[in-house]
Design a protein around this ligand. Structure first.
Ligand SMILES: C[S@@+](CC[C@H](N)C(=O)[O-])C[C@H]1O[C@@H](n2cnc3c(N)ncnc32)[C@H](O)[C@@H]1O
Length: 298
């Protein structure tokens, strides 16, 4: 272990030290934070069991001898194992919603969550109460199903994934939010296990990483399940399959909402006849498209 220099005393000192070490080590971010400082703040506050939104209050607090060791150890693990902070802490956040995570599931970061919470779908669906049934296809940790349960108070929600491991994690998250009566977890290869089910709303954050991007993945992303990321050479395997079958699983006037990362160009090239509407996320990115039932291929 890299012993902390003796002149470090306060949380501020350790935060500065961790940020410098993370930057020097060339770590990658993107699993809930976007830079070395935010990653260090999250990791240190969690390790010291301090509230994540109270950094300022504790910056000048001196660490005990024992805490110096614990903090130095977690900094070493972040650098040595290249594990994202979400896997080291066992939790991830979408706004103020906490989800349990471990390497059985991808770390939640879907733009669909913010769009749902900001009611960006209101122009298509009207009142939130109008959604009686919804599907989170490729649910992973169950995060989007849980966000939907929050956004649509009357909806029954199916949360489907091919990975039994992911569904185990989703089960824990659904239990944390006491949503077992409203969210049904379904093991399904895309729509294969959902025969006869039709929804007012289908959301999906499917695998969409291209072959080239998979070969260039930073080490942090290699801890995530390959099945959650890889989607063939052009990244469209899952999107293609979803577009082919979604119409049959939507009610008339139902809505399909799909995230495709930075593959918008690839999607539009592959489906030039489809009238995609792209939604702008909080970050300004347009990675999520919407299609109505009658706009989908038969
Ligand atoms: C990008 S992750 C999204 C997880 C979660 N919805 C989120 O936003 O954090 C994609 C998920 O799709 C699942 N998946 C991959 N192929 C699938 C398939 N053919 N059928 C169902 N789920 C699949 C993976 O197991 C993974 O959990």
């Amino acid at each position: 272990m890299t012993a902390p220099p003796p002149e470090l005393a306060t949380l501020r000192d350790f935060l500065r030290w961790a940020t410098s070490r993370f930057s020097a080590a060339g770590l990658s971010f993107g699993h809930g934070t976007q830079n070395a400082f935010d990653e260090a703040a999250w990791l240190l506050l969690h390790t010291l069991r301090l509230p994540l939104d109270q950094l300022e209050l504790f910056l000048d607090a001196t660490l005990t001898q024992e805490e110096r060791g614990t903090v130095a150890a977690i900094i070493d693990r972040r650098i040595g194992e290249r594990l994202p902070a979400a896997y080291l802490t066992g939790e991830a956040w979408l706004r103020d919603l906490r989800f349990r995570v471990d390497p059985r599931v991808i770390v939640p970061r879907s733009h669909i969550a913010g769009l749902l919470l900001d009611e960006a779908l209101a122009p298509w669906i009207g009142e939130a109460e109008a959604i009686a049934s919804a599907l989170d296809l490729c649910t992973g940790s169950g995060c989007l199903a849980i966000v939907m349960a929050r956004a649509f108070p009357l909806a029954h929600i199916d949360a489907a994934d091919l990975s039994a491991d992911a569904l185990e994690v989703a089960r824990e998250n659904v239990a944390d939010y006491a949503l077992g009566a409203r969210i049904e977890l379904v093991r399904s290869d895309l729509f294969d296990g959902l025969a006869g089910r039709r929804y007012d709303l289908i959301v999906s954050n499917p695998p969409y990483v291209t072959g080239e991007a998979m070969r260039r993945l930073p080490p942090e992303y290699r801890h995530e399940p390959v099945q959650a990321l890889a989607a063939g050479e052009d990244g469209l395997d899952a999107v293609r399959a979803i577009l082919a079958k979604a119409r049959a699983h939507l009610k008339p006037e139902g809505l399909l909402v799909v995230e495709v990362g930075d593959n918008r160009g690839g999607v539009e090239k592959a489906f030039p006849a489809l009238p995609f509407t792209w939604l702008e996320a909080e970050s300004g990115e347009e990675t999520v498209f919407v299609l109505q039932q009658d706009q989908l291929p038969r």
